[in-house]
Design a protein around this ligand. Structure first.
Ligand code: EPU
Length: 456
């Protein structure tokens, strides 16, 4: 089968829309080298942080993914300028003319993104008001924003719920506060950081998330002039300052993308060098990858992930906040676990509904049962609450081709891996969603020798 896509720009352009379909002839090992760039879950926040400076920022290592395009659009509707920087994949972000935007424009640009909630702190400081439309994001549970709203109220914001969204105002400015999060939420921690750095006085945040992407955001804010202390036991202190300047920063690599390609190498019995991947941020993933029977070689410029031959082994894992096993790593890994010799258990403790993607794998021949009980060893907050959040995977199974539809970003990538590792031909529809977080994945699949046809 010949691929229809011949260059990166065309691939990026054509896989931008939900509804795109790819037909894959499975069973070929993926082999070769691909590069990962800046982390989606840091770059998008770093772009928002630029609103806090009174001079332009320069952000390098920006991936060409649709979530970045969404944030760019949102910055532009708020009057910020986003220009090409000094090298490909870099942005100059100039917040000099920031202004309020209409709810309808924000809504139109936000699409399914949850990023608008993180504009609130910076906009309240700059303009005294902010609007957020109804928020989208991947369909992986309710994904409420109650922590965010509570945090903003604590800083002194007035929150009004309107039929079209939420309006916030801070007529008297924002004041440092003490907050303890009910759960170490990534987004709510970022909310506190982006708001506290310019609030009056000191903020103490307990039970903070400490993911590497959050630490890189802290690096950025420090470059801008912020004073942030990360203590032991998930406590962060922020001393508010009156002004912040722009930053120059190279974004941390995308460890979720790197883990996805690693799982693809394992599931297809392949050998992929992921340029840009670093060991420290992937420590937990690497341990599990090795326990399953995968092999890796760590180099200064990336990590080689490969199937060394022999049987894959079953594992018991629980997803968790950092430094635990990331929830975004489980979906691609589950595909590899369908090929392991024995019974694996994956207990999802971060999101209550993140196993929707397994229906397609079962259709393709996998043996996976989903349970409401906490099966990983520890009781989590989803136990006894009717959430299907534990998976039992019995292997090895031979997957066969099927017509499947991408449900969300990470589940979607796992469907691609399943189709690539299956016997026969699969049609995967709705692959446009994958371009939210995987830069040029069609071009990368081609580089790795995948056999497919893209229909747009
Ligand atoms: N939660 C609440 N209320 C809130 C906020 C969160 O109950 O106000 C709950 C969530 O429902 C969830 C848990 O807290 O059960 C954790 O959510 P968190 O806030 O940590 O997640 P997030 O900030 O919305 C980010 C990433 C996710 C990643 C999670 C966990 C971005 C844009 N998204 O989401 O990434 O899975 O942290 O690490 O940074 C992805 O990349 O595919 C993705 C979903």
């Amino acid at each position: 089968m010949n691929t229809l896509v011949t260059d990166a720009s065309k691939a990026g352009a054509s896989v931008g829309l939900a509804g795109d379909r790819i037909t894959i002839n499975g069973g070929r090992p993926l082999t070769g080298r691909i590069e990962v760039r800046g982390a989606k879950n840091l770059v998008t926040k770093a772009m928002v942080a630029a609103l806090l400076g009174d001079t332009p920022s320069l952000l390098r290592n920006v991936p060409d993914i649709s979530d970045v395009r969404v944030v760019r659009g949102l910055l532009e509707v708020h009057g910020a300028k986003v220009l090409d920087g000094d090298e490909p994949g870099s942005f100059v972000l100039d917040p000099a003319n920031v202004e309020s935007a209409h709810m309808a424009d924000i809504d139109a640009h936000a699409g399914s993104s949850r990023i608008p909630i993180l504009f609130c702190g910076p906009l309240l400081h700059r303009l005294g008001e902010a609007f957020i439309p109804d928020l989208g994001g991947c369909r992986i549970g309710d994904r409420p924003i109650d922590f965010h709203l509570e945090v903003l109220r604590r800083f002194g914001a007035i929150v009004e719920k309107l039929p079209s969204g939420i309006r916030m105002s801070a007529p008297n400015g924002l004041e440092g506060t003490k907050v303890e999060l009910p759960y170490p939420s990534v987004g709510a921690t970022e909310q506190v950081l982006l708001t506290a750095v310019r609030a009056r006085g000191i903020t103490e945040l307990k039970n903070a998330a400490i993911e590497p992407e959050i630490m890189d955001l802290v690096n950025i804010l420090q470059k801008m002039g912020a004073i942030i202390t990360v203590d032991t036991d998930r406590v962060i202190h922020i001393e508010g300052v009156e002004r912040l300047t722009g930053y120059t920063h190279t974004a941390l690599f995308d460890r979720n993308e790197a883990a996805s390609w690693a799982a693809a190498a394992l599931a297809t019995s392949g050998d992929i060098f992921v340029g840009g991947a670093q060991q420290a941020e992937m420590l937990t993933f690497l341990n599990v990858f090795r326990k399953v029977g995968g092999a890796f070689d760590i180099d200064d410029d990336g990590i080689r992930f490969y199937h060394p031959g022999g049987d894959l082994k079953p594992v018991v894992i629980e997803t968790d906040v950092h430094p635990g096993f990331m929830t975004d790593w489980q979906q691609p890994l589950v595909v590899a676990l369908t090929k392991a010799q024995g019974v694996s258990i994956v207990h999802e403790t971060v999101y209550e509904q993140r196993f929707g993607f397994v229906d397609a794998l079962v259709e393709m021949g996998a043996s996976i049962q989903i349970h409401k009980e906490c099966l990983g060893g520890h009781a989590c907050r989803f136990g006894q609450r009717n959430f299907n959040h534990s998976a039992v995977i019995s292997g090895p199974s031979t997957l066969h081709g099927a017509d499947i539809e991408v449900p969300d970003l990470r589940g979607g990538f796992s469907h691609l891996i399943a189709a690539l590792s299956a016997e026969g031909t699969s049609t995967v529809s709705n692959v446009g969603i994958i371009s939210r977080g995987y830069e040029n994945f069609i071009t990368k699949l081609k580089q790795l020798g995948a056999d497919f046809v893209l229909e747009g």
